[in-house]
Design a protein around this ligand. Structure first.
Ligand code: AMP
Ligand code: ZN
Length: 465
């Protein structure tokens, strides 16, 4: 039996994967902050987590997966200052924080479905529904002397945790330099972070909070990192097997999660930490100010099918940075469409064992999707069976068989009529008329595939959107 190798940020190396329970893998993926639509960079994190899940399932593991929904506590500066992201949108839009959070959560879940990300049995716990669990951990940290109170909240004392910064070998003194700009003089160390923040006092002149809860220390709300420690422990226990997120989470968010959980419960938080690299757009960092934070709806508006974007994502390894361009994603759409059109022409006989062995070899090697994608295209070129293709697609999740079915279904009557007319003129060797009719069919957004005696009409991927 082939064993999976994955790159563990904790050791900085590729390691043989061995779960705590040999049959079941427990995995936590840091989820979205639901204050706006997720952009295509965010979606890379979830497609990557999905490839990991599908690979584990392909290797016969049961996967217990948690993706948290951050609906409170993530502040605009990603640190301990500034507005709460969800509250800030709510105030701007004149809605309640819950309305905003639920709206963007729903949009996020729809994006997952569009991208064929598996969600059966995935647990999506919300931070706001686990306030009690978060308070419990903070109590323990205070009792054990790892936390202290200031005038604006409860903070974790990073100097009390010897392993602070071990994930990704973070240089703590550099981190401290970076944190100096923050004007929070009551922190003992600049890397200390909020576990609980107090709501502004009624007479402070600051706007009141929309979401706040009572705690043993005063009304307020949890810091951003504590929700992950609390919810992973509740649903996956501690330690669990795999924790993922984007590389931006390594220096602060994930090191803070580790610090809290290890100090509170004297056990590691997770055994394997996996991180995806970032995507840039047309060579630039994604940012609101550059208006390049494209969403799945933006792709759809530009007639890019979400699964074409998935194809594009898989052409890069999850640990390599990728640069998104409209041309490159259009190229992926063309490549995927070719496979989808070709699928029904493939034989439907046995699975090709050599191809499957290669599939296993590639995906088990730290999820090498570029090689697996090349294998898929090669298998089409060599006219391997539909079963072989569907086997590869169990891991890649491009949904080729389903798309092949969709592009050939529900062709409108007037297009069918044009096709029949063209088949006839073609049969009579009236090439000029035949060409005209082909063009008319294509203008309507359909593709014509000539066979020996007749033809087949298919929809394009963009017309399925
Ligand atoms: P957030 O909703 O901001 O908490 O981010 C959700 C996920 O997206 C996190 O795992 C981030 O690390 C990841 N992420 C954010 N921006 C990018 C990007 N440009 N490329 C890849 N991943 C990203
Ligand atoms: Zn997290």
């Amino acid at each position: 039996m082939m064993q999976i190798k994955i790159h563990n940020t904790l050791s900085g190396q590729k390691e043989l994967f061995s779960p705590i329970n040999p049959k079941e893998v427990r995995m936590y993926n840091c989820g979205p902050t639901v204050y706006y639509f997720a952009h295509i960079g965010n979606m890379r994190a979830y497609v990557f987590a999905d490839i990991l899940r599908k690979t584990l399932e392909y290797f016969d593991y049961r996967v217990k997966q948690v993706i948290n929904i951050t609906d409170v506590g993530h502040l605009v500066d990603d640190g301990d200052a500034g507005d709460d992201k969800v509250e800030s949108t709510a105030k701007k839009e004149g809605k309640s924080a819950t309305e905003i959070a639920r709206f963007y959560e729903k949009a996020y879940l729809a994006d997952l479905i569009d991208l064929n990300i598996s969600t059966e049995n995935t647990i999506f716990p919300r931070a706001t529904e686990h306030i009690g669990e978060q308070i419990e951990i903070i109590k323990i940290l205070l009792e054990k002397g790892f936390a202290y109170q200031t005038s604006d909240g409860i903070y974790f004392d990073t100097s009390k945790f010897e392993g602070y910064g071990k994930l990704g070998n973070i240089n703590i003194s550099e981190q401290k330099e970076g944190a100096r700009v923050e004007k929070n003089s009551e922190k003992i160390n600049s890397t200390d972070f909020a576990l609980w923040k107090f709501s502004p006092k009624a007479d402070s002149g600051q706007p009141a909070r929309l979401q706040e809860w009572p705690s043993p220390w005063g009304r307020g709300f949890p810091g951003w990192h504590i929700e992950c420690s609390a919810m992973s422990r509740k649903y996956l226990d501690q330690p669990f097997d795999i924790h993922t997120g984007g590389i931006d989470h390594i220096p602060v968010h994930h090191n803070n999660e580790i610090a809290q959980s290890e100090c509170a419960f004297d056990a590691p938080l997770a055994n394997y930490w996996l991180h995806n690299a970032f995507i840039t757009v047309e060579g630039e960092k994604m940012s609101k100010s550059l208006s390049n934070t494209y969403t799945i709806s933006d792709l759809k508006q530009r007639k890019i099918h979400p699964l074409s974007f998935r194809h594009w994502l898989l052409s890069g390894h999850y640990r390599s940075p990728m640069n998104f361009t409209w041309d490159s994603v259009l190229g992926s759409q063309k490549a995927l469409e070719k496979l989808v059109f070709e699928f029904s022409n493939l034989p439907n006989n046995e699975t090709d064992e050599d191809t499957i062995n290669q599939l296993k070899e590639f995906v088990s090697d730290d999820l090498n999707t570029p090689k697996t994608l090349a294998l898929l295209h090669e298998a089409f070129g060599q006219k391997k069976s539909q079963k072989t293709i569907s086997e590869i697609d169990k891991v890649l999740g491009l949904n080729i068989a389903k798309l092949a079915n969709e592009v050939a279904s529900d062709i409108p009557d007037h297009i069918q009529d044009l096709k029949k007319e063209r088949d006839l003129v073609r049969h009579n060797k009236n090439w000029q008329k035949s060409d005209e009719l082909r063009k008319e069919i294509e203008r309507e957004g359909f593709v014509l595939e000539d066979k020996e005696n007749d033809s087949i009409i298919k929809k394009t991927l963009s017309s399925l959107i």
